[in-house]
Design a protein around this ligand. Sequence first.
Ligand code: FA5
Ligand code: MG
Length: 443
Amino acid sequence: YSFRSQSTISTPESYKYNGITYPKDSYSNVPSSILDKLDRNLHLMPSHPISILRQIVENHFNDYKALIPSSAIVSVKQNFDELGFPLNHPGRSLTDSYYLNKEYMLRTHTSSHEIESYKKGLNKWLLSADVFRRDEIDSSHYPVFHQMEGTHIWLNSELNQLNELNKNLENQLKNIPIIIEDETKISNSNPFQSHHNPIYTEQIIKHLKNSLNSLIFKLFGHHTKSDGEPLRVRWIEAYFPFTTPSYEVEVFWQGEWLELLGCGVVMQKTLDQSGVSDKSGWAFGLGLERLSMVLFSIPDIRLFWTSDSRFLSQFKQGEITTFQPYSKFPPCYKDMSFWLPQTDENRHESTSSSAGGKTLNPMTSQKQFHENDYCEIVRDVVGDLIESVTLIDEFTHPKTNRKSKCYRLNYRHMDRNLSNEEVNELQNKVQARVVEEMGIEMR
Ligand code: FA5
Ligand code: MG
C-alpha cells in the first residue's frame, strides 16, 4: 500500500462549489466529470429507482427522521479522522478517494454524517446521499453511488426497554418465509466494547438484526412468493473502525451471496464526540444501487445515470417493478497493450517514509501504475460510453524484467449505435492521455 497520486487528470483551475473556493494542492484529484455529478441528486428524483427505494425504506422505518445532507463535500476529518480510520487505511489513498485538497474531499460513505446527526440530538434517523469512490469499471461499479445510513440509539437509562421492543419485532417476524443464517458469534476478533454492559449490548445487536431482517423481508418478500423458494439472508462478521461488534448482511441472489450493507454497535468514542456520551445503539450503511439492481432487475449501473425516457418512464413512486430492457445496442471492444513505466521505485520506496503511514506524501512513487488511475482517464475521455475495462493479459519480460499489461476496453452506448470510427477516435484519445500522463509505453 502506498499513498500515491494519480496523474494530471483534467481538473478545473480551482474548485468552486456553493460559493466556496477550495484551493488546490498536491491532493486535488477530482476531475470535472465527477464535479458535474454533484448536482444530479438521483436519490431525490421522485420516480427514479434509487429514490423509490429510498422512500420505501423511509416508509418502513416510519418513525425515524429522514435526513438529506446538503453537500457531498466533507472534511477529511468528518469522513475519516473522527470515525477512527488509521492514517494508513487504504480508503484514504488518492487512488481510492476524491480530494478537493488536503482538507476537503467528496464523502466516500454516509457515515461521514454520523457525528453531526447525533449532535442534533436525534435518536433514530436515516440519511441518504451520493458517495464517491475511485474504482474499477464494470457493470456494477460507478464512481458515484448512493448509500443510506440508519441508526437507532437510546439513553443508557432506557436500554432496559429493549427486551420488550425485541419481543414485538420478533412477533412480527414470526411467520415469514425467510431463512436467516446467522454466522456471527461473540469473539475476541469482533469484541463488545469494554465499558458496555454485555446484557444490553446483546439486546442492541438483537434489535439491529430484527430491524434489518424485517426491512429485508419487506423488500424481498414479494420475490420469494413468486418462485416459492424462501429467501436466504446471511449475517457475517465484519470490521469497521467506527463500530464494534460489526456485521455485514448478504442475500443469496441468482446463485451468489450479494453484500447489501455493513452495520454494528456504534463506537462509544463516536457518541462521545457527538456530545451524547450517555447513549448507545446501532448503525448501518446500505448500498442503494446494489439493492436497486437486484430488486428492479437493472443490469448495468450506468442506466441509473441515463436521461433516456425508455428507462425513466418505467418506474413509479412506491412500486418495485421489473425493468424491461429496451434494445441493447452492440458493444465494440478495443484492446490496449502497454509497458508499465520503468521506475526506480524499489530504490525510492525503501528511502521513503510513506509506507509507514505517518508522512502522507502523495507525490511519492507517482510513477507506479494503478488501475484506478487508468480507469479514471478512460472515464474522463469516454464518459458513460465505457462499459467495462478488463485486464486480459499481463506478462513480465524474462530478460528486461519489464512488465506489460493488456486491457480490453468495452464500449457501448446505452441509447444508440456507436460507429467504429467514433470508437477508434476515443481509443486514440485514451491512448494519448495515458501515455502522456502515466508514463506508460504502447507496445
Ligand atoms: C461502509 O461504507 C460503511 N460506512 C457502512 C457502515 C455504516 C458500517 C454504519 C457500520 C455502520 P462499505 O464500504 O462496505 O461500508 O459499503 C457499504 C455498502 O455500500 C456495501 O455493503 C454495498 O452495498 C455498498 N457499496 C460499497 N461499495 C460499492 C460500490 N463500489 N458500488 C455499489 N455499491 C457499493
Ligand atoms: Mg463492505
